[in-house]
Design a protein around this ligand. Structure first.
Ligand SMILES: *[C@@H]1O[C@H](CO)[C@@H](O)[C@H](O)[C@H]1NC(C)=O
Ligand SMILES: *[C@@H]1O[C@H](CO)[C@@H](O)[C@H](O)[C@H]1NC(C)=O
Ligand SMILES: *[C@@H]1O[C@H](CO)[C@@H](O)[C@H](O)[C@H]1NC(C)=O
Length: 429
């Protein structure tokens, strides 16, 4: 039995207490860890890749890269990166492609599975012009024109609702205006796809700025999520949201927090990575796939996860485990009436997702369950491709981190992208 499952076999009241205490402690000791952490990690002998940011990683492996800053309408500053393979300079495929990460991740996640396997590398190798976005609250998007994330709790008043309304459109506009084109293609993993649907519902004109959406294990309604540890943590956070907010704990699972630093340290040691770190991950997602994630990828992903998000966002996921619809954050009846004009939070209009959509998912995904995928697919008006990965053990993490990405999801992603890159060039001329 894995460590996580054992932890969650005990009663829920004790778990709640422990989690709340851990979050309080982590928040208090967090700030001391920020300075000099690179020096310390170098001294402790970390693999050099663990110390590099997006640009440095791209450059190290021979790719050219750019750093840009997107400003959202409500003042958040988000980094967006661009990666290109140098051999492609004269024949880069168009339109540009935008990648969006999942919850508690950042743009770095697309690199974790190393060159030849990680999707950002594979896309660049096929000469796609890949832009890699970040969503507010993670370590590349923890800045604002006027709000200070360390002092102003209102910085953290957001969930998927605002990310889909502001961040995704702002990033799309930025890429389009930089490239002087009218459309792009979009690949979203988990929350990165869910936020795209939010955008289409609330700002349908942005849906039309995208030629193709590839949703990898897209997270919308999570009613059938099987993972017990995941359900427990999210339910606890949702239940204790008011209490934690009172204690000024508005940011959760930040990079360089005590917890993340400790876990990163343990997981870069080969001796621990499989028995502890791999089993912990598999316990958390409640679905194992032995040998799928290499030691190198495990240590990379633990150095980037958790990348930080808001308490509100996690609480909203807690709500979505118990809702029948893909809907907005529930403030409680009184506030809902003020904010939404109805006692219940409104559902997102998935009929407005008018563009061609391809969905790729795993049968062994216990976070985004296949039943919720079917529910989503029924609601979407223009699904042109639906693919369950042939490997029956394919789970939520494999899509980003498996060493088998090249043989499983990549051929499908590549095939559809090529089709839409060509189609766009033809209609343009
Ligand atoms: C990445 O590291 C380089 C080199 O230290 C630095 O110039 C750059 O600002 C960093 N980028 C981000 C987004 O932190
Ligand atoms: C990825 O897979 C394709 C086809 O299976 C193969 O041609 C290619 O060499 C692989 N790339 C890497 C880097 O392994
Ligand atoms: C949802 O979107 C569709 C397509 O744009 C539109 O026809 C329909 O009226 C919308 N429904 C609601 C409730 O707004």
């Amino acid at each position: 039995m894995s460590v996580t499952v054992m932890l969650f076999k005990r009663n829920i009241a004790l778990d709640t207490l422990i989690l709340v205490v851990v979050l309080i402690i982590v928040n208090i000791i967090r700030r001391q860890f920020n300075s000099n952490s690179l020096e310390i990690k170098r001294f402790l002998g970390y693999d050099s890749d663990l110390l590099l940011n997006f640009t440095q990683l791209a450059n190290k492996y021979g790719y050219s890269s750019e750093e840009h800053t997107v400003v959202t309408e409500d003042g958040y500053l988000l980094k967006v990166f661009r990666i290109k393979n140098k051999k492609c300079e004269a024949r880069v495929k168009q339109p540009p492609l935008l990648l969006m990460h999942g919850v508690l991740q950042s743009s770095d996640a697309w690199f974790d599975a190393s060159p030849g396997t990680g999707l950002a590398y594979l896309l660049a190798d096929e000469c796609f012009d890949a832009w890699v976005g970040n969503q507010r609250g993670n370590y590349y998007a923890r800045r604002h024109l006027t709000l200070n994330p360390d002092k102003d709790s209102s910085f953290w008043d957001f969930s998927v609702d605002q990310i889909g309304y502001y961040d995704v459109p702002a990033t799309i506009d930025y890429v389009l205006s930089n490239m002087r084109v009218k459309k792009l293609n979009y690949i979203g993993y988990s929350q990165g796809a869910g936020t795209f649907f939010v955008m289409c519902s609330e700002r349908p004109e942005y849906c039309k700025k995208t030629s193709l959406l590839i949703g990898l294990s897209p997270a919308t309604r999570l009613k059938h999520t099987k993972s017990k540890p995941f359900r427990s943590i999210l339910n606890i956070l949702s239940t204790c949201e008011g209490l934690l907010a009172q204690l000024k704990i508005n940011e959760l699972f930040a990079k360089e927090s005590f917890l993340q630093v400790l876990v990163e340290f343990i997981c870069q040691i080969r001796l621990f990575s499989e028995p502890l770190c791999e089993n912990f991950l598999y316990g958390f997602v409640d679905s194992s796939h032995p040998g799928s994630i290499t030691h190198e990828t495990l240590s990379m992903l633990y150095s980037h996860i958790a990348g930080g998000t808001s308490l509100r966002n996690m609480a909203r996921y807690g709500q979505s485990l118990n809702a029948d619809d893909f809907q907005k954050y529930d403030f409680g009846e009184t506030v809902n009436v003020v904010k939404y004009g109805s006692k219940k939070p409104p559902g997102y209009n998935l009929s407005s997702v008018s563009l061609p959509v391809v969905i790729i998912y795993g049968a062994n995904d216990h976070l985004v369950d296949t039943k919720d995928i079917s529910w989503l697919v029924d609601k979407l008006p223009n699904v042109i491709g639906l693919e369950e990965v042939a490997d029956p053990l394919w789970n939520h993490l494999d899509t980003m981190f498996s060493q088998h990405i090249n043989k499983t999801i990549w051929p499908t992603v590549n095939r559809y992208l090529k089709r839409f890159s060509e189609t766009y060039m033809k209609t343009k001329s």
